[in-house]
Structure formats: structure tokens, C-alpha cells
Design a protein around this ligand. Structure first.
Ligand code: ADE
Length: 233
């Protein structure tokens, strides 16, 4: 059976380096979104950017799995770093994802918990091993940690600290957890790769604008190398 690998970004800038690398692809429009499909080494790759946020990325991820029959989901993009050792350009692999903006504590639930779901959803161990292999081969100091997602761009020191304190997160972004929810409910292996664009602090919006392209292309390059490993297996 042919492998079908979905690569998702949130913003156009996050997938452009991947489209430029593969050059030739078919374009498919669905749900006001564009999917780019190509054959690569006896596998199929489908690439799309979802638009920002958990709802858009949930739709794109669902489409990748339920319509295009993807059997691997890889997210590539940028994130705000929450740890001192996470610098702009560093690549972080999510060990698990959570939604820091889910709050039904009014009914006695823990912050981030939804009944019949989990606060933290783990990423796929085999895909994470491939990421580690790529990092080793390319001498990249790959970082790991919990990534927290929410529908806001975090550019506030107090909010940053709140996310660290409540979720022990290493990075923050706006799509990883929805990709995790959809993929895990559909039982499809997924992983989240992000390169740091800012530190989610009071200066984050300026840093994001400055480093989006550079960090997005670092993440994209890493994900392309992961695809090369997956198709070889
Ligand atoms: N993606 C990149 N930086 C981010 C931040 N500071 N907050 C949310 N998403 C981000």
C-alpha cells in the first residue's frame, strides 16, 4: 500500500518552502482550502496550509485523513518559545500537546480537560524517532517538550508565565493540539515540528515578523528530511 503523507502548516509562509522544494504538484480545492498533491518515491504527499487557529487546522487535518486518506500527519511551522534554552531558529519536537484555553473548571474539571478526552495528547513515537534520526544525521540540537495551543498569539510576559505554570509547556502556538485531537481520534500517527520565531514575551510580535520566514523554512527543511526517511522505510 502506498504511503500517504500529509504535511500541514498554518500559514502560507510555513508551506511555501516545501512546495518550492517539490516543485511539481497537482492543486485541489476543497472547503475553501487548497491541497497540493504529488507523487514522491512511490509515496503520495499532500501539502496544505490551514489558516491560523485550532478550528482551521482541525478542518484541514480531518480533510487530509478522511478525504485524502493520509496515514501520516506532520505539522511544520513556527512557535513561541517558553523556555530559556529555546532560542529563535531552534527546532522543537512536541512530546505532547494541550489546549491551554480550554476551561471548564466551573464544573470541577482540571484546566485544559474535556470529558472523554485528555489534557495532554502524546505524539507518535515512531515519527518522533524519525525526527531524532534526522536531527542526529544533520547535527541538529533537537529540543523536546510539551507544546500548548490556543487561539491567541501570546505576546505578554504574564500570560506566558501562566501557560508555563499551568501546563508545564515548552512552546506555544495555535494549531498543534487540534492536529493532535483529530489525528489521535482517527488513529493516525502524527508529529508536530516547530521552529522558534519568538519568545511569547512582550516583544513577540516584533520577533515573529522578523523571523517568521527564516524559522518557517528551517522547520520545512527538517520536515522534508523526515519525509525522505519515511518513504525509505
Ligand atoms: N506562533 C509563533 N509564535 C507564537 C506566539 N507567541 N503565540 C502563539 N502562536 C505563535
Amino acid at each position: 500500500m502506498k504511503k500517504i503523507i500529509a504535511i500541514i502548516g498554518a500559514m502560507k509562509e510555513e508551506i511555501t518552502p516545501i512546495l518550492e522544494y517539490f516543485k511539481k504538484y497537482e492543486t485541489i480545492s476543497l472547503g475553501e482550502n487548497t491541497y497540493y498533491k504529488l507523487e514522491y518515491q512511490n509515496s503520495i504527499i499532500i501539502i496544505a496550509y490551514s489558516k491560523i487557529g485550532k478550528i482551521h487546522s482541525a478542518l484541514t487535518c480531518s480533510t487530509m485523513i478522511l478525504h485524502f486518506n493520509a496515514n501520516y500527519v506532520i505539522f511544520s511551522g513556527v512557535a513561541g518559545g517558553l523556555r530559556e534554552d529555546l532560542k529563535v531558529g531552534d527546532i522543537i519536537l512536541a512530546t505532547s500537546l494541550c489546549q491551554y484555553d480550554v476551561d471548564i473548571t466551573a464544573f470541577g474539571h482540571k484546566l485544559g480537560f474535556i470529558p472523554e478526552s485528555k489534557i495532554y495528547i502524546n505524539t507518535n513515537e515512531s515519527l518522533n524517532c524519525i525526527a531524532k534520526k534526522v536531527a542526529k544525521k544533520q547535527n541538529i540540537n533537537l529540543k523536546y517538550g510539551i507544546i500548548a495551543s490556543g487561539d491567541s498569539f501570546v505576546f505578554d510576559n504574564a500570560k506566558k508565565q501562566w501557560i508555563i505554570d499551568n501546563f508545564n509547556a515548552s512552546a506555544v502556538e495555535m494549531e498543534g493540539a487540534s492536529i493532535a485531537v483529530v489525528s489521535s481520534l482517527c488513529d493516525i500517527p502524527f508529529c508536530i515540528i516547530r521552529s522558534i520565531s519568538d519568545s511569547a514575551d512582550n516583544n513577540a510580535n516584533i520577533s515573529f515578523d522578523e523571523f517568521l520566514l527564516e524559522s518557517a523554512s528551517r522547520s520545512a527543511k527538517f520536515v522534508i528530511s523526515m519525509v525522505d526517511e519515511i518513504v525509505k522505510e
